[in-house]
Design a protein around this ligand. Sequence first.
Ligand code: FMN
Length: 207
Amino acid sequence: MVPINLKNRHFNEWEKMTQGCSKLNGLKVLLGISGGIAAYKAVDMASKLTAAGADVHSIMTQNACELIRPKSIEAVTGNQVFTKLWNMPQEYRIGHIDLSTQTDVVIVAPATANIIGKVAGGICDDLLSTTLCACWQKPVIFAPAMNNRMWTNPTVQKNIETLKQMNFKIVGPDTGRLACGETGIGRMAQPDEIIKAIEQIAGSTPA
Ligand SMILES: Cc1cc2nc3c(=O)[nH]c(=O)nc-3n(C[C@H](O)[C@H](O)[C@H](O)COP(=O)(O)O)c2cc1C
């Protein structure tokens, strides 16, 4: 049993955390996690969104599952993580369509060069890319994260322009130390910055 004073402490901390975040309360967020080294930051972001009252449902690519485990996201969101097009739970008639219609805001973090290219090119070859294809009329935020040599590739930049033309929001990437040890542009934006972008969208979306 949790002692009363500890319970109060947790409640106060939760209240403090959610102050100013009321726009997230009840918001249905679909979090897409692709196979970038920054996938571990998605756990922190999913946790903060959930603490602020958002209902976070997540899709992880097979490559993301190589970097972090779905269980980490499930533990912080309280919701099952989906990883495959063909084995959705029975309550989902057609999983990728149900996920796309049941969401208010979509966020892809980290967004690999691969998922950016697939969405820009209309490719649907796994659960995340197929669901994103069905989400094109929703507010969608991408948080790209990759090595600077990949980010500056003209094709990646062309794909980013295509996403912007589709009214998708791009947050980051930041400049700093990259996973490979080099310094340059490509770090995923901080979860707080991405959450601010979600709040802005939530604030401008009719309830
Ligand atoms: C250790 C490791 C880290 C990687 N980090 C990144 C990354 O930060 N960004 C990126 O675009 N690709 C990264 N990749 C490559 C992607 O995982 C690869 O392009 C993959 O096909 C992406 O698939 P997905 O978009 O379906 O998750 C990384 C690969 C490995 C092995």
